[in-house]
Ligand binder design. Structure first.
Ligand SMILES: *Cc1c(COP(=O)(O)O)cnc(C)c1O
Length: 393
């Protein structure tokens, strides 16, 4: 065997952090449902396990797996994607700091930054991060973080991560203090996009979506590029305590075992659905990075190794969108995304309903826009359901 061989992504999904359990040899990492650990003698906890908020073997296995998949120094698992965002922000930001954020970020990111962190003296500029000049113009002497979501919900716009990492490095040199690039990689997952390899300092995930993949757990994670940054996030994880439970850690680890095969299947079905919709006469526009009509298709082919199962399309009016959603049988009308089952939603009234009509218009979220999370069912059944939904339009 060649000892220097680097395992492939699909192999890491199944084996990274997943050594057989040392006492029994269990091949599946057990759910260590315990709050504390016996100590043999004063001052000598076994294997460093003292209290389960600080360290739990089930969570640790998932954290090692996530660090391996994203190519980071270490990962920390949190109780939700929002808790992970909070862990990242409070580890690296102080009162007086300024953050440049993607205008198209998840609504919960907007809520946490503007309604919570803003109360602690952190300021934010909401910028179209697909426009590098707009990002440069938004930077100031107090900027300490670029927070970028790409692809961004729901119009699937992309930000150029390698270029943004360069901007963050220049800003670091000017400021004489670290200006971090943090990326929400929930949509693409490390299977299609590796932000740390492109120069980012941290990755945030809602593991609720593709990583767990089965719509049966809420969780999140931060993956840090360096051990120093990881130590700060780990300190906050223990100090603030928003940890992922042992059972959810088990579920996400189990979900990730099939991440490579699921993402390939989402990608196959996503492409087929995008092409079907693009040529359908009732559909005004389709937003999918894999279509040549996507304004950033060239960047998509460079930055992503696949396009996945998320897309949106415009039916021209709220009424048409409602008729379509009402006729679907296989696609379920629901919030969320990234599970094996196909979901459909109406961003203007669901995921982005809290934005003002002006804010929605600025982001291209029209009343006729429908978002799909294309699952991994048989594609012919999905296309038949979509055809039924569009009948008579
Ligand atoms: C769902 C989601 C989040 C928030 O994650 P939760 O697990 O719901 O807290 C953050 N970012 C993106 C892109 C998401 O889709």
């Amino acid at each position: 065997m060649n000892e220097t061989r680097v395992p492939g992504f699909g192999t890491l999904c199944i084996h990274a952090g997943q050594e057989p359990e040392p006492v029994t040899g269990a091949v599946s990492v057990p759910i260590f449902q315990t709050s504390t650990y016996a100590q043999d003698a004063l001052g000598s906890p076994r294997a460093g396990f003292e209290y389960a908020r600080s360290k739990n073997p089930t969570r640790l296995a998932l954290e090692e797996l996530l660090a391996a998949l994203e190519g980071g120094a270490a990962a920390h698992a949190f109780a939700s994607g929002q808790a992970a965002l909070s862990g990242l922000a409070t580890a690296h930001l102080r009162s007086g700091d300024h953050v440049v954020v993607s205008r198209g970020s998840y609504g919960g990111t907007w809520r946490y930054f503007t309604k919570v962190l803003a109360n602690f003296g952190v300021t934010f500029s909401w910028v179209d991060t697909t426009d590098l000049d707009a990002v440069r113009a938004a930077l100031g002497p107090a900027t300490r973080m670029l927070f970028v979501e790409t692809p961004a919900n729901p119009t699937m716009e992309l930000s150029d991560l390698a270029a943004l990492a360069g901007i963050a490095r220049e800003a670091t040199a000017r400021a004489g203090a670290k200006v971090r690039l943090a990326v929400d990689n929930t949509f693409a997952t490390p299977f299609f996009q590796r932000p740390l390899a492109l120069g980012a300092d941290a990755v945030v995930h809602s593991t609720t979506k593709y990583l767990n993949g089965h719509s049966d757990s809420v969780g999140g994670a931060v993956v840090s590029a360096t051990a120093e940054d990881a130590a700060r996030v780990g300190f906050v994880q223990n100090a603030a305590g928003a940890i992922l439970s042992p059972f959810d850690s088990f579920l996400v680890t189990r979900g990730i075992k099939t991440l490579a095969v699921r993402m390939r299947a989402h990608d196959d079905n996503g492409r087929a659905v995008a092409v079907f919709l693009a040529v359908h006469p009732a559909v005004k526009a389709v937003f999918y990075p894999g279509l040549p009509s996507h304004p950033q298709h060239a960047l998509a082919t460079r930055q992503l190794s696949g396009f996945g199962g998320m897309l949106s399309f415009d039916l021209g009016s709220r009424d048409a969108a409602k008729r379509f959603l009402d006729r679907l049988r296989l696609f379920t009308l629901a919030e969320s995304l990234g599970g094996v089952e196909s979901l459909a939603g109406h961003p203007a009234s669901m995921s982005h309903g809290s934005l003002s009509p002006e804010e929605r218009a600025a982001r291209g979220i029209t009343d006729g826009l429908v978002r799909l999370s294309v699952g991994i069912e048989d594609v012919d059944d999905l296309l038949a359901d979509l055809a039924r939904g569009l009948e008579g339009e």
